[in-house]
Design a protein around this ligand. Structure first.
Ligand SMILES: NC(=O)c1ccc[n+]([C@@H]2O[C@H](COP(=O)([O-])OP(=O)(O)OC[C@H]3O[C@@H](n4cnc5c(N)ncnc54)[C@H](O)[C@@H]3O)[C@@H](O)[C@H]2O)c1
Ligand SMILES: [Zn+2]
Length: 442
């Protein structure tokens, strides 16, 4: 049985917080629905002290942001974007259209069609998270989405130059400086000045994630990608206290509501990690946020063996899972619920967040039970089609269809089949459906 050396927030505390976020978002979406651009402006002033005639950035403003970055900054962004584009393209190439003859004369197929318009949210409240621009905009473009709209909040009272440069370099078609619920709603619902998109993607804080969730149905969403979570699975062979503590706090710094969990088979490593966390919290420049997250949501769990760690990790279904044990592949082969796995101590979540090429927009709050992260496939619709090549095939399928419709009591559906059996069937084929056309009763 696993022992908890430290426990995170209670289920009740989490539910209370969720309810309050849900109510705030509901009210704001209704306001934007009725008042459009005026509501967007009021909310942007209220939450971000940010007032403009148009929130869309002009080509001059965009160029001005790019010009504020150094040559090295631009090269680094380019390197990261190349890695993300390259892996997205490989994933795109793995998705094949199919067309097969499943029965003689019966042809079924599917095509992967890009969506027409995507809205990419790039978070920027606490940090200007430019990496999210690569993750959403580039991936949409690799999928072939013709209109890619992107929003990020102002940072220090103006557009964040690095975010805007990354949005532009990624190939965005429309760039708005707009944050939070109002940005998500403007893209998802549409306003007088912004045409609505077909899918909303990208990570964000609890408000952003909840706004996307509430708009789902009306528009598509990629997945529920709220406050970052991290799980470090470690033993004394693959890890030490300093490494585990660094990797936990590295992700706890995202925000005060970011859970960081250590799961280990070694109580010694667990205690060393907790001591290291206390030490690092004295010196980490972002310790104020990381400490809040660690105090409220941090957990330390000591399990008996790798098997128990897999069971607990699948239950947690964390967004990020770093495995630093004797045999990381054991977790790759056995775990079923995770947003992304980081195997071995040579890599870590930050590589994935910023640069290595896998997508960093990943499922939170146990959404990893039913989805992976954002990827090129989320911007594609797999749409089927069919055709029947011969009279014989039409009549043969029609007979089955006719009888199955009768079982369901669907006369109209049945007639769709019957008319084809009558037209295309041969008289010597035994037929249990209606042999004659429908006629009005005398
Ligand atoms: N799941 C993932 O894949 C993933 C990846 C990266 C980042 N993240 C998460 O993204 C989040 C970024 O959060 P952030 O806050 O820094 O930036 P953000 O851009 O998501 O949110 C900032 C906006 O929130 C709005 N806001 C703030 N307080 C509000 C309130 N009380 N009511 C209504 N709206 C309010 C403001 O309009 C502001 O523009 C973090 O939680 C981080 O963990 C998740
Ligand atoms: Zn991160």
């Amino acid at each position: 049985m696993a022992i908890y050396l430290k426990r995170g927030a209670t289920a009740q505390a989490k539910a209370d917080r969720d309810r309050s976020v849900r109510d705030t978002v509901e009210g704001i979406l209704a306001d934007i629905e009725t008042r459009g651009d005026d509501a967007v402006r009021d909310l942007s002033i209220k939450f971000d002290k940010w007032d403009r005639d148009s929130y869309r950035l002009t080509p001059t403003e965009i160029q001005d942001c790019i010009d504020q970055l150094s040559g090295q900054d631009l090269k680094d962004i380019e390197f990261a974007q190349t890695q993300v584009r390259n892996f997205a393209q490989i994933q795109r190439d793995s998705m094949k259209d199919v067309e097969v003859e499943t029965l003689p004369g019966v042809v079924l197929g599917h095509k992967n069609l890009p969506l027409n318009a995507a809205g990419c949210y790039v978070p920027g409240g606490k940090y200007p998270l430019l990496a999210s621009a690569h993750m959403s905009v580039i991936t949409a473009k690799v999928a072939g989405v013709p209109r890619v709209v992107t929003c990020a909040p102002p940072f220090n009272g103006k557009p964040a130059p690095a975010i805007v440069a990354a949005q532009a370099m990624a190939g965005a078609d429309e760039i708005y400086c707009l944050g939070g619920i109002q940005a998500v709603a403007a893209m998802g619902i549409g306003t007088q000045s912004i045409a609505p998109v077909d899918i909303l993607v990208g990570p964000g804080n609890a408000f952003v994630a909840e706004a996307k969730r509430q708009l789902f149905g009306r528009v598509g969403i990629d997945l529920f990608a709220g406050p970052t979570e991290t799980l470090v699975i470690a033993d004394e062979i693959g890890c030490d206290g300093e490494l585990a503590a660094t990797d936990l706090l590295g992700q706890a710094e995202h925000g005060p509501d970011s859970p960081a969990i250590l799961l280990t088979t070694s109580e010694k490593l667990a205690r060393e990690t907790m001591a290291e966390i206390d030490r690092l919290l004295q010196i980490l420049p972002t310790a104020e946020i990381a400490r809040k997250a660690w105090d409220a949501y941090g957990e330390v769990i000591v399990a008996e063996n790798d098997e128990e760690m897999v069971r607990i990790a699948d239950e947690i279904a964390s967004e990020h899972v770093q495995v630093m044990t004797r045999d990381p592949d054991y977790f790759l082969n056995n775990m079923t619920n995770y947003g992304a796995l980081f195997l071995g101590n040579r890599t870590n979540v930050s590589y994935g967040d910023k640069v290595i090429g896998t997508n960093h927009t990943l499922p939170t709050k146990k959404a990893a039970r039913y989805t992976g992260g954002l990827w090129v496939g989320k911007f594609l619709k797999t749409c089927t089609y069919q055709r029947v090549l011969t009279d014989e095939a039409s009549a043969m399928i029609g007979e089955y269809c006719s009888r199955l419709c009768a079982l369901e009591g669907f006369a109209g559906h049945g007639e769709q089949a019957n008319i084809r059996v009558r037209r295309f069937g041969h008289r010597d084929v035994p037929y249990a459906g209606r042999a004659e056309p429908l006629v009005a009763a005398e």
